[in-house]
Design a protein around this ligand. Sequence first.
Ligand code: NAD
Length: 259
Amino acid sequence: MDLGLAGRKAIVCAASKGLGRGCATALAREGCEVVIAARNAGPLEDTAQAIRRATGARVHAVVADVTTEAGRAKILEACPEPDILVNNAGGPPPGNFRNWAREDWIKAVDANMITPILFIKATIDGMIARGFGRVVNITSTSVKAPIAILGLSNGARAGLTGFVAGLARETVRHNVTINNMLPGPFDTDRLRSTIEATAKASGKSFEVARVERMAGNPAARFGTAEEFGDMCAYLCSAQAGFITGQNIVLDGGAFPGTL
Ligand code: NAD
């Protein structure tokens, strides 16, 4: 299936590793020119090289912290008129809300709610004027089924989801869609560090904790960044113009609801 993405310009935030990298790779493979951003130059440039080699696409690496104004300006300078925007940032730390101060909440809301909203604000009117736009926000299944120790994530991402639900209905008539992708367990560094923490706390080896975690999923495995990237590319495709304001769960069936 030709997704009609050749020549489109894409920004993928937080893309040196994991799910962001998966999205950037899939978009590059479909013919997009991609700007990828992350904070550390070395791993980011390695990823840019790997994507160029694998896809032949034009990939620009921008060293930037997406949660800062300077970082966002640098990314938008590299791609002032994106057709596609993939919002992503690191997730907030786990913990008990009794130990979180105002600053912890501000940091989480800043990274996982306000940063994507500011990127949308900077790019959406251009997309509307050009008659094509696709925004994909990487959130979490914690929006749908809260995870107690991830209260910062549950809260901040729910805020983004509520905002997007309204805006996505205003932009779609201009062929500009906004959707959220909700990852369950995907085999990335982020998941590996969570498993390491579980293993340490329970006195189990990393491998035992990993196998147990996989066994608890209906698919009996974790998702891959490639699978995640492919869904992102589809949501950004020419064919996906009638899909907006949706929360696409990718979790191997872990969420037990009928709908
Ligand atoms: P990861 O740790 O593998 O990769 C995160 C990427 O984001 C890296 O490239 C890192 O350099 C970059 N990054 C982090 N903060 C940044 C910032 N402020 N500015 C620029 N770049 C930044 O993580 P992942 O598993 O790919 O997760 C991506 C998002 O999805 C996170 O918000 C995470 O909480 C969420 N999530 C992941 C899973 C999972 O199972 N992997 C599940 C639910 C939610």
